[in-house]
Design a protein around this ligand. Structure first.
Ligand SMILES: NC(=O)c1ccc[n+]([C@@H]2O[C@H](COP(=O)([O-])OP(=O)(O)OC[C@H]3O[C@@H](n4cnc5c(N)ncnc54)[C@H](OP(=O)(O)O)[C@@H]3O)[C@@H](O)[C@H]2O)c1
Length: 338
């Protein structure tokens, strides 16, 4: 069987295909024939060993996979051979508030990831899929989609009629656009590309701002909200964009701090959160319970993940390069297995 391994020490070509023999299945374990994985910006950080934790040479990458159950251990109760499943980013975060135990073992960084023909996990680390999603679509959900869901409806406490501000047209932001529109919210989205803003409008975005031609885009966000500001911001940038988000958020609003696209060390002054009585909330993906809610909403509203491009198994380096280029809109998927 084949899987990808990451070798951060080989900076020029960190992704390698390796042959392996699957280990015997434990009593509580499930074997999944992975059919597709999706890439996240995090996979770039992992491949460069600049993620939050140290990445050992040989780690199997990717948190996000979907496939078919092909074998189950004797004590497995909830899954059966033939079930279609997706991986959980945090296999131990089943529900409730995160704690030290639930946010350990993240796939594709702290434990072996999904970029393998045969993925083995305790059944609690997998979630059964509804019929309406293909493997490729389902493979886009465990990280980006769940993060967007958590930002909007858990940390963001979004209600219909409120305004959401999204940055760029990558995986998290495009899922957030789709979810926010389904929930009856108004969406303002930024992008470096007018063509991508058009695509976002076609998906329901109410206002698009080109952050290259409007680097001070909070002014535009305030203008289109009549000076009030936005209720929820999903902050995927960091230094530079966080200052704009702090200026854009309304009194009583929430900034969900998710990403590091513009770097790790910023100078943003959060003091305006005080008179605005606004919240800055760090987000780390989400739990199985949130995933189940999200799948229910996607089924009800017929939400289909926006797949930028699907690559063949052997094209993983090209897929990672596409992610790095920032040319994508939504998610990049790689097919696995036959
Ligand atoms: N905390 C968590 O749980 C969590 C979960 C998922 C992701 N993340 C993080 O969130 C970030 C986004 O992840 P992703 O997977 O959605 O990334 P992605 O798909 O690679 O998104 C890339 C897009 O972000 C946009 N972008 C880049 N720089 C920008 C800037 N200065 N201002 C506004 N938009 C900018 C660009 O959109 P345009 O081409 O339209 O300009 C780019 O195409 C990453 O830092 C990732 O590590 C964190």
């Amino acid at each position: 069987m084949k899987r990808y391994e990451i070798h951060p020490a080989h900076a020029e070509s960190p992704l390698r295909v390796a042959e392996f023999e699957p280990a015997p299945l434990g009593e509580h374990e499930v074997a999944v024939a992975i059919k597709a994985v999706s890439l996240n910006y995090r996979d770039l950080l992992v491949s460069r060993n600049t993620y939050f934790c140290n990445i050992p040479n040989g780690l199997v990458p990717c948190s996000d996979g979907a496939g078919d159950v092909v074998a189950v251990g004797k004590q497995v109760r909830l899954l059966a051979v033939g079930d279609r499943v997706a991986t959980l980013f945090f296999p131990h975060w089943q529900g409730g508030r995160p704690d030290a135990a639930s946010v350990t073992g993240a796939l594709g960084a702290e434990s072996a990831g999904a970029f393998t023909e045969r993925f083995v996990s305790d059944e609690s680390g997998l979630i059964k899929l509804p019929a309406g999603l293909s493997h490729a679509e389902a493979a886009t959900l465990p990280c980006a989609a769940l993060t967007a869901w958590n930002c909007l409806f858990e940390a963001g406490t979004l209600v219909p009629g409120q305004t959401v501000l999204l940055q760029g047209t990558g995986g998290v932001s495009i899922f957030a656009l789709q979810f926010a529109k389904a929930a009856g919210a108004r969406v303002i989205i930024t992008s470096s590309s007018d063509a991508k803003l058009e695509r976002a409008r076609a998906l329901g975005a109410d206002h698009g701002i080109n952050y290259k031609t409007h680097p001070d885009w909070s002014q535009e966000a305030l203008r289109v909200t009549g000076g009030r500001g936005v209720d929820v911001v999903i902050e995927v940038g960091g230094p530079g964009t966080l200052e704009q988000s702090l200026a854009s958020v309304c009194i009583g609003g929430r900034i969900a701090y998710v990403g590091v696209l513009t770097g790790l060390a910023g100078q943003a002054n959060p003091v305006m959160l005080i008179p605005k009585a606004a919240a800055l909330h760090g987000i780390f993906v989400g739990s199985r319970a949130m995933f189940a809610d999200m799948l229910g909403a996607m089924t009800l509203h017929g939400i289909k993940p926006q797949i930028d491009r699907e690559f063949a198994f052997g094209e993983a380096p090209a897929a990672l390069a596409r992610l790095e280029s920032g040319g994508h809109f939504g998610k990049i998927v790689i097919r696995v297995g036959g």
